[in-house]
Design a protein around this ligand. Structure first.
Ligand code: DOR
Ligand code: ZN
Length: 335
């Protein structure tokens, strides 16, 4: 059995920088037409100069592939109207992190709905710049995303022409909030379609499944699956593939992030096939994103075949999702 995906897009990826970027960026550019690159470097991508330099460094290791890095800038209080006008044509979204909520978010915002931030939202709305948000509060870990929902609702209501993406949603509450506002959208990762907190910590602790937001309950996973499998037009695939070196995961103080990039399309195909919804996979991994973000992706066709593939134990010094396991689909050709 074979299956083709055209112009796949990953609308949430962490490429990092230097050797880690050199290792992981080609593993995405190989199979995807484009990916939305997160700005949480140390220090983050804050302005046009940072963005252009980072984009060049990514292109230097992905130019062998037909691939576009779609760039983001880190949301901060210095985003004046002038700065936004300057970056408008170079960014696909601006990414807002609440301070201290996840990896390298210490430069994030402390008060989401401050007057300064509202002025930035208003300017972004005027200029047609999209806003991506890591939607978690600092509350009890299982409640963080659900408790963030009122912030999404307030921003969506007050700025009805601002397109807001709820990044990597993990809860039924987020799935239910999505359709309340026409300007709210969402991305969903691969791991959150498969795992729950039980897989992470129900028996032996699995550091390579630990990410932010943490995987939740069965009913949450099922709500996300339903959205993805239905090809819901406001939802796109965003892997949130977040590599960390093995020593930073297998230690006391495990870094958050699951590295899924090299097997994302294969496992998505397996999930959609198992659920008899292969006809909606193209929407989830490409056409929805094209219309939400207004993209014109590179032309690329991935032919997958139903042939077992053993996931490597490591890519460089990074342990991937499903390391050592056998998955049902393989990449056959890329053209
Ligand atoms: O698990 C995560 N890892 N969640 C994030 O929001 C950030 C990411 C990272 O950069 O490692
Ligand atoms: Zn992320």
């Amino acid at each position: 059995m074979e299956f083709q995906i055209h112009n796949p897009l990953d609308m949430h990826i962490h490429f990092r920088d230097e050797e880690m970027k050199d290792l992981v960026a080609p593993l995405t550019s190989w199979t995807f037409s484009g990916a939305l690159v997160m700005p949480n470097l140390v220090p983050p991508v804050m302005n046009l100069e940072d963005l252009k330099a980072y984009k060049k460094r990514i292109e230097a290791v992905t130019s062998q592939d037909n691939f576009t890095p779609y760039m983001t800038v880190f949301f901060h209080e210095g985003l004046t109207r002038e700065v936004l006008e300057e970056i408008k044509d170079y960014v696909t979204t601006i990414k807002l992190y609440p301070a201290w909520i996840t990896t390298n978010s210490e430069w994030g915002v402390t008060s989401i709905l401050s007057d300064t931030n509202k002025k930035i939202f208003a300017d972004m709305q005027d200029l047609g710049i999209m806003l991506s948000i890591h939607g978690e509060t600092g509350d009890f870990v299982m409640d963080r995303e659900a408790n963030f929902m009122p912030n999404y609702e307030l921003i969506a209501k007050e700025f009805p022409r601002l397109k807001i993406v709820m990044e990597h949603i993990t809860t039924r509450e987020a799935a239910q909030t999505l359709d309340k506002y026409p300007n709210l959208y969402a991305t969903i990762t691969l791991q959150h379609l498969e795992i729950t907190l039980d897989d992470v910590a129900g028996w032996a602790l699995k550091p390579h499944l630990f990410c932010k937001p943490i995987a939740k309950r069965d009913e949450d996973r099922d709500a996300l699956l339903e959205l993805a499998l239905s090809g819901h037009p406001k939802v796109s695939f965003g892997s949130d593939s977040a590599p960390h070196p093995q020593h930073a995961k297998e230690c006391c103080g495990c870094a958050a992030g699951v590295f899924t990039a090299p097997i994302a399309l294969q496992v998505l195909t397996e999930i959609f096939e198992k659920n008899e919804k292969l006809e909606n996979l193209q929407k989830f991994v490409s056409t929805n994103a094209i219309s939400i973000y207004g993209l014109t992706p590179n032309t690329k066709t991935i032919e997958l075949e139903k042939k077992e593939f053993q996931v490597p134990e490591k890519y460089g010094n990074v342990v991937p999702y499903k390391a050592g396991e056998t998955i049902a689909w393989s990449i056959k050709t890329i053209s």
